[in-house]
Design a protein around this ligand. Structure first.
Ligand code: SF4
Ligand code: SF4
Length: 177
């Protein structure tokens, strides 16, 4: 079957595509989310990834690793996407995010369960939002009728206010900081 392989790379991502007549498979690596943990390189059955960590320079921010993705080898199984703790890898079929190995029940699904008991939250506290190293948490406060409160301090009766804690679970490695 005629097939085209395509690899594009920008400052932010690497995209590998296999274009068939009726389907386009793609693997996207979000460079900004990748920490170079090497889990994908260990679990990929086709040895698609080569990861080179950048040396740490004193006084400078640690640079993102250099990752080589071999477009000839990937068969878009999705295992790397399931196991990347930072949600940096996605397999898509015709632009839809899918995990073929989970769909066919040949690999378990990773469930990131994060429960927040917001009834215990202080309405003026945003500690979790501030300490999350990946900036994945957004705390907001609502009135009983669902209106967003911009200035919590200005509300006299705070007992009726509701705290909403939104966590971007798919990118969370559950570090528990
Ligand atoms: S598993 Fe994810 S974070 Fe780790 S090296 Fe691979 S892409 Fe980067
Ligand atoms: S989709 Fe499968 S073959 Fe392709 S890089 Fe990920 S684990 Fe390897």
């Amino acid at each position: 079957m005629p097939m085209k392989l395509k690899k594009t790379e920008t400052e932010d991502e690497i995209v590998v595509k296999r274009i068939l007549h009726t389907k386009t498979y793609s693997l996207t690596l979000d460079k900004n989310r990748c920490t170079g943990c090497e889990i994908c390189a260990v679990v990929c059955p086709k040895e698609v990834f080569e990861i080179k960590k950048q040396p740490k320079v004193a006084g400078e921010k640690l640079k993102h690793p250099i990752i080589e993705v071999d477009e000839q080898k990937c068969h878009f199984c999705g295992i790397c996407g399931v196991l990347c703790p930072y949600g940096a890898l996605k397999v898509r079929i015709n632009d839809e995010h899918v995990v073929p190995v989970v769909k066919t029940e040949s690999f378990p699904e990773l469930i990131r369960e994060i429960n927040v008991d917001t009834t215990k939250c202080d309405v003026e506290c945003v500690d979790c939002e501030e300490v999350c190293p990946l900036k994945l948490i957004k705390v907001s406060v609502q009135t009983p009728d669902g209106k967003k409160v911009k200035d919590v301090k200005s509300i006299r009766d705070k007992k009726k206010l509701k705290v909403i804690v939104d966590v971007k679970k798919e990118f969370c490695p559950c570090c528990r900081v």
